[in-house]
Design a protein around this ligand. Structure first.
Ligand SMILES: Cc1ncc(COP(=O)(O)O)c(C=O)c1O
Length: 405
């Protein structure tokens, strides 16, 4: 049984004792804000109309979509008419990349540039286009997880259609110099997309300051519902719609809009804007104190991406002589929900593609834990994790008889 209260919850163990669970995996997803839940439930009850219908019920639903579009646009410094609602960050990334690639193909632009740090939503889409004949250049970051504008400049060619560079990395949190890279690309008539799924609501995001043409975001990373997100498309951008059908979303994305989820996204965006400064400052202090405590109390640890501008809620810590998956499971048994950057598929530990791209040796791509804080994380949560880690790490190291050098 689990009682969930946001950041922490309580659960009954198999032997009947009650313990606290602490959620520190906000980059995977966030708990839905109660105000969002209320708004979604209200919209589901009251706004069942099809937003494309001309009658009263349709127009009410459309008005709610317009409000959400305005709230989202305000959060990212955009015009509401440039916001296209999607089923989430993955679809927004797909629409941006496939849409730009297909729109520019007739002009002879069959080359795409991205970084090797991107989320799978971008990397897999690039691979799919590669199979269909597009050339793709993946620019590697430095050892701290930052992609340099000079490296991007070298990758751009006269037939490049699109540069897709993420704003903040989901595993290590490093912020990328999107504006500097965008300036280089746009000067050559190349479209620029940024995946801002991990930065919206965490750092100020302004589409014009970033100087991009396309920006993806997702509802469930900002205390909103899952299965809803948006792509911001600069007015006048050539983009082929990926979904064919009706004329919804100004013919950019066919299909009847998910009004309740979009209403929820709008409320989440409004809350994110109002809370951004205080949430970011508070989480940065907690994250930094957690890093200091772990580095001081657990020998053989290092922070990946340390010293670089990062989103304030994220840390990625390498534990020498440990398999991150074992540490994750041990922490889960102790009531802490964290994650590894890597995926564990059918018992084989996949190295993190992000840490690999940074040039880390193989064992360091498999020993890192991602801890991502959230709105409800407290100093007590951080202290509890800092207390729990030293004995768990010592036990795991003793099992494999691996000790830090
Ligand atoms: C950087 C980044 N891009 C895209 C996505 C995909 O977003 P969604 O889960 O809304 O499809 C995620 C989700 O983890 C992400 O972290």
């Amino acid at each position: 049984m689990l009682w969930f209260t946001g950041g922490a919850g309580w659960y009954a163990t198999a032997v009947g004792s009650v313990r606290t669970r602490i959620y520190l995996d906000h980059n995977a997803t966030t708990p839905v804000d109660p105000a969002v839940i209320d708004a979604v439930a209200d919209a589901m009850r009251a706004e069942f109309g099809n937003a494309s219908s001309v009658h009263h019920f349709g127009q009410r639903a459309k008005a709610r979509l317009d409000d959400a579009r305005q709230d989202l646009a305000t959060l990212i410094g955009a015009a509401p008419t440039e916001v296209v609602f999607t089923s989430g960050g993955t679809e927004a990334d797909n629409l941006a990349i496939r849409g730009a690639a297909e729109a520019l193909e007739p002009l002879g632009r069959r080359h795409l540039v991205t970084s090797s740090l991107e989320h799978e939503a971008v990397l897999t889409t690039m691979r799919a286009l590669e199979r269909r004949g597009w050339r793709v250049t993946r620019v590697a970051p430095d050892a701290q997880g930052v992609v340099h504008p000079e490296a991007i400049a070298e990758a751009l060619t006269d037939d490049t259609a699109l540069l897709s560079l993420m704003h903040g990395n989901n595993e290590i949190g490093t912020l990328q110099p999107v504006a500097a890279c965008a300036a280089l690309a746009r000067a050559r008539g190349i479209l620029v997309h940024t995946d801002a799924v991990q930065t919206v609501g965490k750092v100020p995001v302004d589409v014009h300051a970033l100087d991009v043409d396309l920006l993806s975001l997702s509802g469930h990373k900002i205390y909103g519902p899952k299965g809803v997100g948006a792509l911001w498309i600069r007015r006048g951008t050539r983009l082929q719609s990926a979904m064919t059908g009706g004329k919804q979303e100004r013919s950019r994305r066919a299909g009847t809009e998910n009004v309740p989820a979009i209403v929820g996204l709008g409320v989440a965006a409004r809350l994110a804007g109002a809370r951004l400064e205080t949430d970011a400052a508070r989480q940065a202090v907690l994250r930094d104190s957690l890093e200091q405590a772990i580095l001081a109390r657990v020998p053989g640890t290092h922070v990946n991406g340390a010293g670089q501008p990062r989103v304030p809620n994220t840390t990625n810590i390498g534990f020498e002589g440990i398999e991150a998956e074992s540490l994750l499971i041990a922490l889960d048994l102790d009531g802490f929900a964290v994650s590894t950057g890597s995926a564990c598929s059918s018992g084989t530990l996949e190295p993190s593609h992000v840490l690999k791209a940074m040039g880390l040796p193989l064992h360091e791509t498999q020993n890192a834990l991602r801890i991502s804080l959230g709105r409800h994380t407290t100093p007590d949560d951080i202290a509890a994790l800092a207390d729990a880690l030293p004995p768990i790490v010592a036990r795991l190291r003793s099992l494999t008889d691996r000790r830090p050098a």
